[in-house]
Design a protein around this ligand. Structure first.
Ligand SMILES: *[C@@H]1O[C@H](CO)[C@@H](O)[C@H](O)[C@H]1NC(C)=O
Ligand SMILES: *[C@@H]1O[C@H](CO)[C@@H](O)[C@H](O)[C@H]1NC(C)=O
Ligand SMILES: *[C@@H]1O[C@H](CO)[C@@H](O)[C@H](O)[C@H]1NC(C)=O
Ligand SMILES: *[C@@H]1O[C@H](CO)[C@@H](O)[C@H](O)[C@H]1NC(C)=O
Ligand SMILES: *[C@@H]1O[C@H](CO)[C@@H](O)[C@H](O)[C@H]1NC(C)=O
Ligand SMILES: *[C@@H]1O[C@H](CO)[C@@H](O)[C@H](O)[C@H]1NC(C)=O
Length: 478
């Protein structure tokens, strides 16, 4: 009995001793991270280690930081090697290298990621990397404490409370460098995706969300009287404090929580929507506080070319009749950038169209399928055609015409159609999409199908309008 107690005391002493000499929040030259070993911030808020994203197939591993206290759903807030996964965490290592950089090597010992600071070298003083309760991983010199690199200056898709997101006007590796959030490629792959969020590089206080680094589709508006003009929701959230700073050195915005025990983050979602999210411990789930753009379907190219967005359903993207996802795997994981493609390629014989092919009589020509409930895309071209039939022919005659609609005037669309939206409401003008006639039932059958489809559409539109009407009434009453 006594010896058992003694053994226990010894075990505690040894364990305590190792904790003391080797803080469990620190990575150093002789305590790397590998396999299941993680480091945890001193207050137990954040953990750093290897992880494999849910939905990623389980064969790709990344070094990331996640909430220690959100146990039911591992939620990474930062990823080191986001575009360079390793296959075997047990033989991969995150360590402080001889030159003072934090480096990740894979199973073959090959360098896959580095903190890449030149100032780390040229000094023999050892460096340490420490994970903090703010979610920041800081690489600093062991003796002087000088900060060499920190993860919050290289965000991935998440903006944590207390972190500044903006641009350096003077300092930084590149003058005028803008820090941007970059969405994950899809739910299982943290590689850089299609969407970015960052401050205006021209120096205004606005933040922009962009698609493919070029198309700006959302702006926060200028900072004025403690809120961004385009985000009036900020006023009503008394749990947050906001601050915008513009001085000679930098422009940045930061937010904080009045109650430090609340877990909240801002993320640029795979969908392209910016979301302020809060952990609800009692419900054991993440709760969305606000989103920008407010409507998911307003994200540019949200469902890709020919994809149809419906913000009230889950999944919110679908392909119209005659189409299927271009890249089914990415589509399932929430990456819709490849959009939808036709089940069978349209023949598109470029102007040499015989009117017979319009009927879809199986001669291998092109035909049209209606997209009931789908709003007409912007940027139509008009054609002088004076009947639905002539309008259809006008579209068929042009190889790159992909859709038409006729309602006393003829509208034509060319190329891939973006931001098609299933409004669930009554649409006066029906959109017809060009498909291969192999995807259209035979002439008679097709007419029946169309008639049936439009009856069904009218019925479902009616049902939906009632639901929306009731929902709006209930919402207003609250
Ligand atoms: C490190 O920096 C160099 C040049 O500054 C760059 O070419 C390289 O891609 C960077 N490596 C990583 C892993 O960021
Ligand atoms: C930034 O400035 C450049 C040149 O002055 C201008 O062409 C560009 O449109 C500006 N961009 C924004 C977003 O204001
Ligand atoms: C995104 O931009 C790149 C180059 O700027 C271009 O090559 C690529 O096709 C674009 N992606 C899409 C889906 O349009
Ligand atoms: C169109 O139809 C005519 C006769 O019906 C035929 O001679 C001609 O080859 C057809 N043209 C094409 C491009 O199919
Ligand atoms: C409409 O066309 C204009 C010019 O052709 C283009 O700049 C704009 O981005 C287009 N808008 C959409 C929604 O495609
Ligand atoms: C359609 O494609 C032709 C070439 O194939 C091109 O000359 C024409 O400008 C295109 N039209 C539109 C509206 O994109």
């Amino acid at each position: 009995m006594a010896s058992t107690v003694l053994l226990l005391i010894m075990a505690v002493a040894i364990h305590g001793g190792s904790d003391w000499s080797f803080a469990s929040d620190t990575i150093s030259a002789n305590s790397p991270i590998s396999g299941d070993r993680t480091v945890v911030s001193r207050g137990g808020k954040f953990e750093l280690g290897f992880f494999s994203p849910a939905g990623g197939g389980g064969s790709n591993y990344y070094v990331g930081i996640w909430y220690k206290k959100v146990v039911s759903q591992r939620t990474p807030v930062w990823v080191a090697n986001r575009a360079a996964p390793v296959a075997d965490p047990a033989s991969s290592r995150l360590a402080v290298a001889a030159d003072g950089n934090l480096v990740l090597t894979n199973e073959a010992g090959k360098l896959v990621w580095s903190s890449n600071v030149s100032s780390a070298s040229g000094s023999t003083a050892a460096a340490l990397a420490v994970i903090l309760d703010t979610g920041n991983l800081v690489l600093r010199r062991e003796i002087s404490g000088e900060v060499l690199w920190q993860s919050v200056e290289h965000p991935t898709d998440t903006w944590l409370p207390g972190v500044r997101l903006g641009m350096n006007k003077i300092t930084g590796e590149i003058t005028g460098e803008v820090q941007a959030l970059v969405s994950w490629k899809n739910a299982g792959d943290p590689a850089p995706g299609m969407f970015t969020l960052g401050i205006d590089p021209n120096g205004s206080s606005q933040y922009f969300t962009k698609w493919n680094r070029t198309v700006t589709f959302w702006s926060s508006g200028e900072w004025k009287d403690g809120v961004f003009a385009g985000v009036p929701e900020m006023i009503s959230h008394d749990k947050y404090d906001f601050e915008f700073v513009s001085d000679a050195n930098a422009n940045y915005f930061t937010y904080s929580l009045q109650d430090p025990t609340v877990i909240s983050r801002l993320v640029l979602d795979v969908s392209g929507q910016v979301r302020q999210i809060m952990w609800a411990p009692s419900a054991d789930e993440w709760m969305i506080i606000w989103t920008e753009p407010h409507r998911l379907c307003d994200v540019y190219a949200v469902c890709g070319a020919f994809g149809v967005c419906n913000g009230r359903s889950e999944p919110y993207c679908s392909c119209p009749a005659g189409f299927r996802p271009s890249s089914a795997g990415d589509w399932e994981l929430g990456d819709h950038s490849h959009g939808c493609r036709r089940n069978n390629p349209p023949r598109c014989d470029g102007g040499g169209v015989n009117s017979s092919s319009v009927h879809g009589d199986g001669n291998g020509g092109d035909a049209f399928l209606p997209a009931p409930g789908v709003s007409l895309p912007r940027n139509s071209s008009s054609s002088p055609a004076s009947s639905a039939r002539d309008c259809e022919l006008a579209c068929l005659r042009s190889c790159n015409c992909t859709a038409y609609s006729y309602d006393s005037r003829c509208s034509l669309w060319y190329g891939g159609l973006l931001n098609l939206e299933d409004t669930g409401g009554a649409i006066d003008d029906l959109l017809y999409l060009r498909v291969s006639d192999m995807d259209v039932p035979s002439s008679k059958g097709r007419n029946r199908t169309v008639a049936f489809a439009s009856t069904a559409a009218v019925a479902s539109i009616l049902a939906l309008s009632i639901i929306v009407f009731v929902a709006v009434r209930m919402y207003r009453k609250r």
